[in-house]
Design a protein around this ligand. Structure first.
Ligand SMILES: [Zn+2]
Length: 113
């Protein structure tokens, strides 16, 4: 499952950061996930509990900051929110756009104890 490999990647990052700080476990982890990142939040939460067993994240609280994608229209410069990659500009219907946010998939913060 795609979300499982994402969870494993996050666990690896958390493990490295925790070791760097000379700590043993993570109290809180905050993820930033854009709506275009291709992550199903429900699936991620579903695999999370199993994936973090016996890792530094086992008792960590998981917080997800979900960001709606935003794009700037290259025809009329309107900035708009998009739900899907192929949404067009609500003002002029152009598909030409510069994606400003929405592809994020990162660990935003980590509190170790
Ligand atoms: Zn436009």
């Amino acid at each position: 499952m795609h979300e499982l490999s994402i969870a494993m990647g996050i666990i690896n990052i958390a493990k490295k950061e925790t070791e760097k700080a000379n700590k043993t476990s993570v109290e809180l982890i905050e993820l930033e996930i854009g709506s275009l990142a291709g992550v199903e939040l429900e699936s991620l939460e579903y695999v999370w509990e199993t994936a973090v067993k016996n890792t530094v994240l086992e008792n960590a609280k998981l917080e997800i900051d979900f960001k709606d994608a935003k794009a700037e229209c290259l025809e009329c410069n309107t900035i708009y929110s998009m739900k899907k990659m192929y949404d067009s500009c609500p003002k002029c219907n152009s598909y030409f756009k510069n994606i400003l946010q929405g592809k994020e998939l990162r660990v935003k913060s980590l509190e170790v104890i």
